[in-house]
Design a protein around this ligand. Structure first.
Ligand code: ZN
Length: 464
């Protein structure tokens, strides 16, 4: 009971509020916490440094390898996936040398056996640049951002034909490389892994290999984003929408047998409070804060129909994972042999990308990653007292370990609302009561550091 004093202090602050006239959870009687609305100058510098011109140059270089099909040429220095991955690695290293050398750049390689989309044993190589966290208590927490550098044309087994893959997915690859270059000049409490992966088109093999290694090593992957087809703001009728990006976020995980954790989520109506949905709320809030005029449109499903992506192997291993994709896909410019049909140009070429648009999506990613890696971990063991019938709500949680922790904030929303509507700073305690009924609201608890960086919210499970 080491935290009894803290609990009493927290309750004292809140009972003082409740004893006043009217029960307003937003009242000024609450202790003053860090300013959570303030934009951090360091994150503004990161966002401002992301360059559409460099992103364009990277994409044009990747397209220049003719094909990046996973089973294509690996000996040539100018053609095929081998040349492409060596160039990506050399770019990470070049940037790292100019920025203080804190990125750890490596190939993550394995040989995939023959499978539905792999006709002979093939070396699958991810190019991984890790920016280690610098804070004790936070550096083992990891955020992953990825794009896939392999490409394809109409025939997924065509390893020789032209497959420029400028949007799918040189766009995501270039965004990840740009983020690594810009963000490695800065220090973060937690670790960020910038990853360009292979064999997405052959069945998500590169990402699955990395995610499986992470699971076996029990790595604390606190969030993962894939950027896949973030290149174009133009729909199939020529209309431009460069003011939003879709963010796909899974609710209830797809499982053959319902796990205990999922059962509790469903029993309490928490279908919209899965770890991926909580992560998506954070990305939307921070992305829209740092990239004004640009909307993060959360789509409450795992992915589009008939499609998949590199977030899925992470979801399947129990990690929070999201997918960024442009708002209106033009399927003439994906997975197609380059050709002209009835005067219509078909194929995934660089002239159909919008480089300013890609930079905006990269900025949203960078702002979200930076805020996550500066903030504390989401509180653990968050519980809602349900032993008695009462109209207040009491939440308890385990204390965070980060040395720069300032305290905790309780957030809430109506049961039909998508985003948090109210918040209350409760100080550095591990138990607090809010004068709102747990029957009528969803709650979350966030850990906040002294600079006002707030963690992803954690959903409380019942404590009887
Ligand atoms: Zn793709």
């Amino acid at each position: 009971m080491a935290s009894t004093k803290a609990i009493l202090a927290g309750l004292g602050a809140i009972s003082a509020l409740a004893a006043g006239t009217g029960i307003n959870p937003c009242a000024a009687a609450a202790p003053a916490g860090p300013d959570l609305k303030r934009k951090q100058p360091e994150i503004e510098r990161i966002v401002g440094a992301i360059s559409p011109r460099r992103i364009e140059a990277t994409i044009r270089k990747l397209v220049g390898f003719h094909t990046r099909h996973t089973m294509s040429e690996t000996e040539s220095d100018t053609v095929g996936i081998g040349a492409a991955r060596r160039w990506i690695r050399s770019e990470f290293e070049r940037c790292n040398a100019a920025n203080g050398g804190r990125l750890q750049v490596a190939f993550d390689s394995h040989v995939a056996p023959v499978s539905r989309r792999i006709s002979r044993p093939t070396e699958i190589v991810n190019v991984v640049a890790t920016l280690p966290g610098t804070q004790e208590g936070a550096k083992d927490r990891i955020y992953v951002v990825s794009g896939h550098y392999d490409s394809r044309n109409t025939d997924v087994m065509d390893e020789k034909g032209y497959a420029p893959g400028a949007n799918d997915d040189a766009s995501g690859t270039a965004a990840v490389m740009e983020m690594a270059c810009v963000m490695s000049r800065h220090q973060f409490d937690a670790t960020i892994v910038f990853m360009t992966v292979a064999a997405e088109e052959q069945g998500l093999l590169g990402a699955a290999h990395w995610a499986e290694q992470a699971k076996q090593q029990k790595l604390d992957i606190a969030g993962m984003f894939t950027n896949d087809i973030i290149g174009s703001s133009r729909d199939e009728h020529g209309k431009i929408d460069d003011k939003q990006v879709r963010l796909f976020a899974e609710g209830i995980p797809v499982e053959k047998e319902m796990s205990e954790a999922v059962r509790t989520l469903v029993q309490t109506g928490g279908e919209n409070d899965s770890i991926s949905r909580q992560l998506a709320r954070h990305v939307k809030e921070q992305g829209e804060r740092y990239v004004p005029g640009f909307k993060v449109s959360v789509v409450q499903r795992r992915d589009r129909y008939l499609r998949g992506g590199d977030h899925m192997p992470f979801l399947e291993r129990g990690y929070a994972a999201l997918r960024f994709t442009e708002p209106n896909e033009d399927f003439k410019h994906q997975h197609q042999n380059v050709r002209t049909e009835n005067g219509v140009v078909i194929g995934d070429m660089p002239e159909y990308n919008d480089y300013n648009y890609i930079a905006k999506v990269a900025r949203v990613n960078a702002a979200a990653l930076a805020t996550l890696a500066l903030a504390p971990a989401a509180p653990r063991m968050v519980q809602l007292r349900t032993a008695q019938l009462e109209n207040d709500s009491t939440l308890v949680w385990q204390a965070n370990v980060e040395p720069d922790l300032a305290g905790y904030r309780i957030v809430w929303r109506d049961t039909t609302a998508a985003d948090w509507q109210g918040a209350r700073w409760v100080g550095n305690v591990t138990e607090a009561k809010v004068p709102l009924s747990k029957d009528n609201y969803f709650f979350g608890v966030q850990a906040v550091d002294k600079d006002g960086n707030a963690s992803v919210a954690a959903y409380p499970v019942p404590l009887r």
